[in-house]
Design a protein. Structure first.
Length: 464
């Protein structure tokens, strides 16, 4: 049988197998092992110590056996020799995630020489900050940097970069993600001066923006910024949002997690001229009704299609109802994750459902006191749902499942993990009676034999 299958057909079969089957495929024969490696384009590797020369050589040999590898993620440890082995062994690499140990400029120069097609890099670098190695990555479009080794003093090199005495070269980056900027990181101004084509900006755990004047110029020159994500950046979030409101009209997606101020956020909402399409907030004490009402009144936000709120403890029904009324014809995704307003105000979900009949995605996860009757009263009006997430809603029972089956004929994906009240019979009813269902997330212990067989016959993905 093995000899009847050509290499191309075997490789196509390998591509269609679920990941756990790969280990078994490699044991069939040397031919299958060779074909599997030749058809592998993405790998995620955990590389534990020791990092001696023998281990590095063995790892290089392993990589060389995957000649068409284009995406590689390495975790676990290592330093420059490990990165150099990647550079010399993977000439076709396009995406690299290497967040083990800080890497040196020398190893990055080698990487740029050997892997000329690299378009995406995620790495850790040490202070003092220097970025001139970026000039050698001609194909780079996406850059994610994590900063290590806090420095108490500003180096002369960083002072020179801040003053702009070093040669600038405009970078072609479209996506920029920075994690851990601290006061005194003036070298970051090199990025602010030379990244003028960025359309996606992510800041994580940043206590500063380095040189604030360079950042202000950076925002003013960004005509194409479309996506902004601010995670745990309380000390800088107000400044970023203010500059954004003053200078950027192209933004369509904004995420703010774990940090901000009520006044700063309100100023952004009132003054922004962005035609936002997506809003994602995880602001336990910083987001309230005032912000939601302001959102509903700003005509620039009438094109909003996705609103996600997580752990927003002081939001009340009045603000959500104002949003639902203003966006009745357009909102396609609503998430109220761990928002106790769902439990505090009976009838709120009914009102939201009656107004937002065009919803395609609904996420009510981790509202552990959500009752069957509240969910059912909303689903009666939401007949177009494609995706429903109810993870961690402990009070829901099989009665809620019956409502899902009756009301959500177009449902394709559902998550009912950690819903203690939904039993094996309810899961079986959902799997067997939802005609468009393609994915179910649920505990394996709640899958009956009939549900398993039906899911397999319909090529339904079951995530346990």
């Amino acid at each position: 049988m093995d000899s009847l299958l050509c290499d191309e057909l075997l490789q196509e079969i390998f591509h269609r197998l679920p990941p756990p089957s790969s280990a078994a495929v490699s044991l069939v024969s040397k031919r299958w092992l060779h074909l599997l490696r030749s058809s592998t384009t993405a790998l995620s590797v955990h590389f534990p110590p020791p990092y001696n020369s023998a281990a590095i050589t063995s790892f290089s040999t392993f990589l060389t056996n995957h000649p068409f590898l284009s995406s590689l993620s390495i975790a676990g440890g290592g330093d420059d020799p490990l990165l150099l082995s990647v550079a010399y062994s993977c000439p076709n690499l396009r995406h690299l995630r290497y967040l083990t140990s800080p890497v040196s400029p020398f190893s990055l120069y080698s990487l740029s020489t050997c892997c000329v097609h690299l378009s995406s890099i995620a790495i850790t670098i040490s202070r003092p900050l220097s970025f001139h190695w970026l000039n050698f990555f001609n194909s780079l479009k996406s850059l994610s940097l994590y900063f290590a080794n806090p420095s108490a003093e500003i180096s002369n090199h960083e002072v020179n970069e801040m003053k702009g005495t070093l040669i600038d070269v405009e970078l072609n980056l479209e996506s920029l993600s920075l994690c851990g900027i601290m006061p005194g990181d003036y070298g970051i101004s090199y990025l602010w001066r030379n990244c003028k084509n960025v359309n996606k900006l992510q800041l994580k755990s940043c206590e500063s923006l380095g040189d604030y004047s360079s950042f202000s110029c950076f925002i003013k020159l960004l005509s194409n910024l479309q996506i902004l994500e601010l995670r745990t950046c309380r000390s800088v979030v107000d400044l970023v949002l203010l500059k954004l409101a003053e200078n950027c009209v192209s933004l369509h997606s904004l995420l703010v997690y774990d940090g901000g101020s009520r006044e700063g956020l309100l100023q952004f909402i009132n003054r922004s001229e962005c035609n936002l399409r997506k809003l994602d907030f995880r602001l336990p004490l910083d987001l309230d009704n005032t912000h939601l009402i302001a959102l509903s009144e700003n005509l620039n936000f009438r094109g909003l299609v996705s609103l996600r709120l997580q752990s927003c403890c002081v939001v009340a029904g009045e603000g959500l109802k104002a949003i639902a009324t203003a966006l009745a014809n357009g909102l396609e995704e609503l998430a109220l994750i761990n928002c106790d307003v769902v439990e505090r105000e009976p009838g709120l979900l009914t009102t939201l459902g009656q107004n937002l009949k065009g919803l395609r995605k609904l996420d009510l996860s981790y509202n552990d006191m959500l009752l069957d009757k509240e969910l059912m009263s909303m689903l009666v009006s939401c007949n177009l749902l494609r995706e429903l997430r109810l993870r961690g809603c402990c009070k829901l029972s099989n009665a809620a499942v019956g409502s899902i089956v009756r009301s959500c004929k177009w449902l394709q994906s559902v998550d009912i993990t950690y819903c203690c009240g939904i039993k094996l019979e309810g899961v079986e009813c959902l799997v067997l009676n939802t005609p468009m269902l393609k994915q179910v997330e649920v505990e394996e212990s709640k899958l009956s034999e009939a549900a398993r067989k039906w899911a397999m016959s319909k090529f339904m993905e079951v995530v346990s």
